[in-house]
Design a protein. Structure first.
Ligand SMILES: Nc1nc2c(ncn2[C@@H]2O[C@H](COP(=O)(O)OP(=O)(O)OP(=O)(O)O)[C@@H](O)[C@H]2O)c(=O)[nH]1
Length: 600
């Protein structure tokens, strides 16, 4: 039953909060299940307690699982609280006073697969939030020839393997250690690590067979006890502080908050301040709910009401006016403090998470404040400017905002883990706003970057289509088919592309003279619009007479308007063929002999 007010001002050590991160399919869920599963078996009934969104494993259960690896008298922390939703998404959502809510993290890496994009993403998040972590090198049972020893400590099971299997495992583990070092972490097998503050311990495990799970729990417990004990000292009876994990509609309760409480207590009927979409929400707690123990789930109610609850714990809070609450936002119990002060505190914490926006950029929508911040960081790194960043589903209003962007590449919405409302989708189609949706940050950014590249390529193509390109060609001897009106001569194209309807010039030294307009091209008897370097074609030029303005053997050029020459040299030099670039250079050289600034 709930603790009542018998412990006013009691200092206590709270349970460290543990989060699990890693690349998709590397075994985060399996590992959490295994940890819970083995502790259910090892512990007495009810020894592990299910919270809302988290599972608490008390010290005596940890020490039973860990067996000889742990001496429980070395510890006074109450155990470990595992956040049930793995992945860096929930990790970034769960913040506390500007930092990460999780005190420690497990980074799961598949021994066969090594570091993958989301592993690196997780590492960056851990670095940024300065969260200590251990690496669980998972799936050791898949090393070919592995003979499993269910739930055994890892060194013991490792030594029981053949030499070949042991060295195969070592090889994979050293690869992971190498990858950690590439990321700037000094790492080693956990049993060789003396100081876990400066070094990352790698724990080989199998979420399938439970091998190494005792070691993992031991390392986590040791890490917390040795280096975090001071942070775990809280006033258990002080006013509660927590973070919203999820905002959820619950039958019979209306909109509720799943909250991870990391400090103090929260009691029924108390006034709380919660971070909301526009302004902090002030409301009174109607009910504090915990999951009913498994054995009792016979009735409809999945929840059990409690009068109060102390940190660290996961609870559901029912209260009026919670519709605008945001996942990732702070929750504060007011108690005997000045309410305005608490509101200011919540506001300050929210503003810390606010993303820096610019006048020009894309629109970002995300499901939680933490994920919004994580995306903003990733976008900052990728140098993608943000015009507006908000928590919530994609609504018509967002499309309107995105459609006002002046650049096409900014008429976009990056939506992370949120829904697109039906009328918003329709409006996006009508207004050429491009929507990107994903539950994975790096994919969202990758897809956007690909789109930008594609747009730029298309834009360049249209520019190239509308621009006169350089070409140099020579009238062949004995190839005058018609003297004038128009002059028809055989030519060899020496460089570039000759195009119909362009002007033709001839240089007298460095002075260009326009001789006429190219009206037609024939290649082997067929009319064509253009012809490339290396070909011999006949061309019809309106204007000159052969023998007067032009002669057989003359070198002629497509006339380049100065503006086109400038665009070609400054922006498109990488996009045109080498021969064309050479022709451009020769043309520019000639023009610049007279006017050094021509086309600059
Ligand atoms: N043989 C073996 N298979 C494992 C182990 N851990 C996980 N698996 C398998 O790997 C697959 C992915 O495991 P999950 O636990 O779903 O991975 P996850 O990281 O939670 O994946 P997401 O939640 O999709 O990101 C499943 O088929 C698991 O059964 C392990 O230690 N050994």
């Amino acid at each position: 039953m709930p603790d009542t007010n018998t412990r006013e001002n009691e200092r206590g050590l709270r349970t460290p909060i543990v989060a699990v991160l890693g690349h998709v399919d590397h075994g985060k869920t399996s590992l959490l299940d295994k940890i819970r599963g083995s502790t259910v078996i090892e512990g007495e009934a009810g020894a592990i307690t299910q919270h809302i969104g988290a599972t608490a494993i008390p010290l005596d259960v940890v020490s039973k699982v860990a067996g000889s690896l742990i001496d429980p008298s070395d510890f006074d922390l109450p155990g470990l609280l595992f956040i049930d939703t793995p992945g860096h998404h929930s990790f970034t959502t769960l913040r506390s006073r500007g930092g990460a809510l999780a005190d420690i993290a497990i980074l799961v890496v598949d021994v066969n697969d090594g570091f993958q994009p989301q592993t690196l993403e997780a590492i960056n998040i851990l670095k940024q939030s300065q969260t200590p972590f251990v690496v669980a090198a998972n799936k050791i049972d898949t090393i070919p020839g592995w003979k499993p020893n269910e739930d055994a400590p890892v060194q013991q099971t490792k030594e029981a393997q053949s030499d070949r299997v042991q060295s195969a495992l070592d090889e994979q583990l050293y690869e992971i250690i190498g990858e950690l070092s590439d990321e700037g972490f000094s790492a080693d097998m956990y049993w060789r690590v003396q100081d876990f503050r400066g070094n990352i311990g790698v724990v080989p495990v199998s979420a399938e067979t439970g091998e190494g799970v005792p070691d993992l729990l031991t390392v986590l417990m040791g890490l917390a006890q040795r280096y975090m004990k001071e942070d775990m000292a809280i006033d258990v009876t002080g006013p509660g502080a927590g973070t919203v994990l999820e905002v959820k509609e619950e039958k019979g309760f209306g909109t509720t908050l799943d909250v991870v409480l990391y400090d103090g207590t929260i009691r029924e009927d108390e006034t709380i301040v919660v971070g909301g979409l526009d302004d902090p929400i002030v409301t009174d707690v109607r009910a504090i709910l915990k999951p009913r123990p498994l054995a009792e789930i016979r009735t409809e109610d999945r929840f059990e009401k409690v009068d109060e609850i102390a940190a660290a714990s996961g609870v559901k809070i029912a209260a009026p006016d919670l519709d605008d609450a945001m996942a990732g936002a702070p929750v504060r119990v007011v108690r005997d403090r000045d309410i305005e002060e608490v509101i200011t505190e919540v506001r300050a914490e929210l503003s810390e998470i606010e993303v820096e926006t610019q006048e020009q950029g894309v629109v970002v929508k995300a499901d939680t404040l933490g994920s919004l911040e994580a995306i903003a960081n990733a976008m900052d790194e990728a140098e993608i400017p943000i015009m507006r960043a908000e928590v919530g589903d994609v609504a018509p209003r967002d499309i309107s905002v995105a459609s006002t962007a002046s650049e096409d590449t900014h008429k976009t919405i990056l939506a992370f883990n949120v829904d697109v409302l039906a009328d918003a989708e329709k409006q996006a189609e009508d207004s050429d706003v491009k929507l990107f949706e994903s539950g994975v940050i790096y994919r969202l950014i990758e897809e956007y970057e690909e789109y930008v590249e594609e747009l730029e390529r298309a834009q360049q193509e249209t520019v190239l289509d509308n621009i006169t390109r350089p070409a140099r060609f020579q009238i062949l001897k004995d190839h005058t088919f018609r003297q004038n009106d128009p002059a028809v001569v055989g030519v060899e194209i020496l460089a570039g592309t000759v195009k119909k309807n362009s002007n033709v010039v001839k240089f007298d030294g460095n002075d260009p003279t326009r001789v006429g307009q190219l009206k037609g091209i024939q290649e082997q008897g067929d009319d064509v619009d253009e012809a490339r370097s290396g070909n011999r074609v006949s061309v019809a030029i309106d204007g000159p007479t052969v023998g007067r303005q032009i002669e057989e053997g003359d070198e002629l050029w497509m006339e380049l308007p100065e503006k086109h020459a400038k665009i070609l040299e400054q922006e498109l030099a990488d996009d045109i063929p080498v021969d064309e670039l050479e022709a451009l250079q020769m043309y520019l050289d000639k023009r610049r002999k007279r006017d050094p600034f021509w086309g600059k």
